[in-house]
Ligand binder design. Structure first.
Ligand SMILES: C[S@@+](CC[C@H](N)C(=O)[O-])C[C@H]1O[C@@H](n2cnc3c(N)ncnc32)[C@H](O)[C@@H]1O
Length: 229
């Protein structure tokens, strides 16, 4: 495959980035926090400012991935944790708007993302369920939830409402109540290069972006062929 350049915005330690690397992309990660364990080129920078630089042609890439922080809408800020919501900024709308404006094919992973694709660990026989909404910006691919989602093999291990459940999946978030250890999260998601709990709980399994990356590369190949014709 031609080596396409992708900007991995809000990259954290690179769960998403790793999947694109595996697919053959030239990956640069951008995060507001220094992420020394990021497995490819890394720039400590604000994602919105980075998108503005892409739009201005100061940074040249073929595609953009963004995982804006989801604390705003995840369960951590719902129900009894609702009061925490104001502490988090929702960057989804601004990120999407700027990505659309670049005209580049983009991928947004966020609970508010339009579910053009919904990936689940069981589709890749992983040890987490971790459903994730994936929105495709300026391109599409063939996905059908009924056809492509696989029935879960059992439950997520741990306590739920005071009752212990065994199961083939671990809970890769929070602490206590049978939640996964760092080693279990690494194995369950296929992430070996960080042992920082926060980075693991934030990550999407690389298998997800490997799946997306293969389709994105095919889309970019088709665009190149069209241009060459
Ligand atoms: C949900 S995590 C991303 C997880 C990552 N996609 C992965 O698979 O490992 C969100 C990240 O966004 C970063 N972040 C928050 N606000 C940011 C901003 N304005 N610009 C860049 N990064 C930001 C956080 O430091 C955090 O690492």
């Amino acid at each position: 495959m031609k080596r396409y350049r992708i900007a991995d915005l809000y990259c954290c330690a690179g769960g998403a980035g790793w999947g694109y690397l595996e697919t053959g992309f030239d990956v640069t990660g951008y995060d507001i926090v220094d992420r020394p364990r990021y497995p490819a080129s890394f720039v400590q920078a604000d994602a919105i400012e980075t998108l503005k630089r892409i739009l201005a042609g100061e940074i040249v890439v073929d595609a953009v991935h963004a995982s804006p922080p989801c604390q705003y809408s995840c369960t951590l800020t719902k129900g009894t944790n609702k009061h925490l919501a104001s502490r988090y900024t929702d960057l989804y709308d601004e990120t999407k708007e700027l990505m659309e404006a670049t005209g580049l094919p983009g991928v947004i992973e966020n609970p508010r993302a339009r579910p053009d694709v919904v990936l689940c660990g069981e589709m890749f026989r992983l040890g987490v369920i971790r459903h994730r909404n994936i929105e495709l910006v300026n391109w599409t691919t063939d996905f059908n939830y009924k056809r492509d989602h696989r029935k879960h093999r059992g439950r997520v291990r741990g306590f739920r409402h005071g009752v212990w459940h065994e199961g083939p999946y671990v809970a890769a978030y929070g602490n206590g109540g049978g939640k996964a250890t760092v080693r279990e999260m690494q194995e369950a998601m296929g992430i070996t290069w960080t042992d920082v709990r926060e980075e693991l709980t934030e990550a999407i399994p690389p298998a997800y972006t490997h799946w997306v990356g293969e389709r994105l590369a095919a889309h970019l190949n088709a665009l190149n062929l069209e241009e060459a014709a």
